[in-house]
Ligand binder design. Structure first.
Ligand code: PLP
Length: 473
């Protein structure tokens, strides 16, 4: 008898399609067991596997101090407590939807005017993505997703809905951008497996790449969904983190869709305040759609994951303060840019390069030259060393379904600058200690030269010293 029958529970809860048994989540557990703290636990693990934006929380705190009535639910001398505590219409507070729609427009340089009536509020992007799967696909049908992709998608898109993910394999040769060929290949793979494709889901800007879709890739994508007459979901949860002046085009922009003849009913945008405002605990997300069926069904479904009235009220006050939002967006982008630069240059000094990025809370870091063999097993070995010996929880590419071993996502916005400096020092020290055992002394004192040696010998290992490898080096 199968396990769920014996236990008298559903099949869903005994199967492991939620995907939480990956290194990505295991790293978090290890961190929880031994978290770094500058004074109380200086040898602990530094969390670099959490895409959280803590860089601009002080701006939110200052706003709260300056606007105490918003947090205490007072308006014109009257308490709104009862209004907040009692029944909430599942369509959400109109004032909040208007403020959120305006904020989403502001993030996109006001090239889009979002209609609040086309917004469905959800408990974060997690709930928005799952709701869209329910609305657009039957169990067993598929969405195509470019790799590498956010590990939470295995849970959010597949687990409760029974929808399948078919990977669009992207490679480092073109900075992991989607191409016409990779889209068609994924589509054909699904057909070979007799799986019906209902759409493509992309994250733009990408988690884990920290890059925006190039105009060429965006065009290929839009042409593809238009030709196949399938849906496009664009998870734009990182839209407010774009820190280069240009480069982000939202699929909510009408002109972009018109250029490729894409019908608006087939395009759905997912937004959230988890990354752009750094408030994942508030659980605020949204679906924006021109598809009436999806709009109506998703609004009804939002009962399963409403945003609390308190949160909606507080944020409607905050987001309606245009002076605040403009300053917040500008300052947040500036801080992210500076922080990303610190990580990139620090790693560069250790001989480690990152994919050139322009957004996000992380870098996509190439450590393939540090693998003892070009395989995912070797990537796991390196990841374990980084976790247990170096004390850094970074996330290995395999948990993002990357097709090339040796890439890691390293988060930079969930810690202080001082902690980032400690993590970089740990990497530097680990690399030099590992090398000391086997490298000629002259090379040890010249890290740049050392990198050249490493790159020229793929089989060379700094992690498993043995005589053969030393000789090879
Ligand atoms: C691409 C992507 N989508 C969705 C989510 C979930 O976000 P939320 O906290 O809004 O549910 C994340 C979180 O990391 C993400 O990276």
């Amino acid at each position: 008898m199968s396990n769920h029958r014996q236990l008298m529970v559903s099949r869903k809860i005994t199967c492991n399609s939620h995907g939480e048994d990956s290194h990505y989540f295991f790293g978090w557990q290890e961190y929880e067991r031994n978290p770094y703290d500058e004074t109380r636990n200086p040898a602990g693990i530094i969390q670099m596997g959490l895409a959280e934006n803590q860089l601009s929380l002080d701006l939110l705190e200052t706003w709260l101090l300056e606007n105490p009535r918003a947090a205490s639910f007072m308006s014109s001398g009257t308490s709104l407590f009862r209004q907040m505590a009692l029944f909430q219409d599942y369509r959400g507070l109109p004032a909040f939807k208007k403020a959120l729609a305006d904020f989403m427009g502001e993030i996109r340089g006001n090239r889009v005017k979002f209609d609040p009536n086309r917004l469905v509020l959800t408990a974060g992007a997690t709930s928005a993505n799952e709701t869209l799967m329910f609305c657009l696909a039957e169990p067993g049908e598929a969405f195509l997703l470019p790799t590498p992709y956010y590990p939470g998608f295995d849970r959010d898109l597949k687990w409760r809905t029974g929808v399948e993910i078919v990977p669009i394999h992207c490679d480092s040769f073109n900075d992991f951008q989607i191409t016409e060929g990779s889209l068609q290949k994924a589509y054909d793979d699904a057909l070979d497996r007799k799986v019906k494709v209902k759409g493509v889901l992309v994250t733009n800007p990408s988690n884990p790449l920290g890059t925006t879709l190039s105009s060429k890739a965006l065009k290929a994508l839009l042409t593809f969904v238009s030709t196949k007459r399938i849906h496009l979901i664009c998870d734009e949860i990182y839209s407010g983190t774009v820190f280069s002046p240009s480069g982000f085009t939202s699929v909510a922009e009408d002109a972009v869709l018109a250029e490729c003849n894409v019908s608006r009913e087939f395009v759905h945008v997912v937004c959230s305040l988890s990354k752009d405002m750094g408030v994942p605990g508030f659980r605020v997300g949204a679906i924006y759609t021109h598809n009436e069926h999806v709009l109506s069904a998703a609004t009804k479904m939002s009962s399963f994951g409403l945003v609390s009235s308190q949160t909606q009220y507080l944020l409607s006050e905050m987001l309606s303060d245009k002076k605040f939002t403009l300053n917040y967006l500008r300052e947040n982008r500036k801080r992210l840019r500076q922080r990303q630069k610190k990580l990139v240059s620090g790693l560069q000094k250790c001989g480690i390069s990152c994919l050139k990025s322009n957004a996000g809370l992380f870098c996509w870091v190439n450590m393939s030259h540090l693998l003892d063999y070009p395989s995912f097993e070797a990537e796991t070995r390196l990841w374990k060393k980084l976790l247990h010996q170096v004390g850094l929880n970074v996330s290995p590419g395999s948990s993002f379904h990357c097709s090339e071993p040796g890439w890691f996502r390293v988060c930079f916005a969930n810690m202080s600058e001082k902690t980032l400096a400690v993590s970089l020092e740990r990497i530097r020290s680990f690399l030099s200690k590992s090398l000391r055992g086997q490298c000629p002394q002259k090379v040890l004192t010249e890290p740049k030269k050392l990198l050249l040696y490493c790159k020229s010998s793929f089989t060379w290992s700094i992690f498993q010293p043995d005589s053969t490898q030393s000789e090879r080096f």
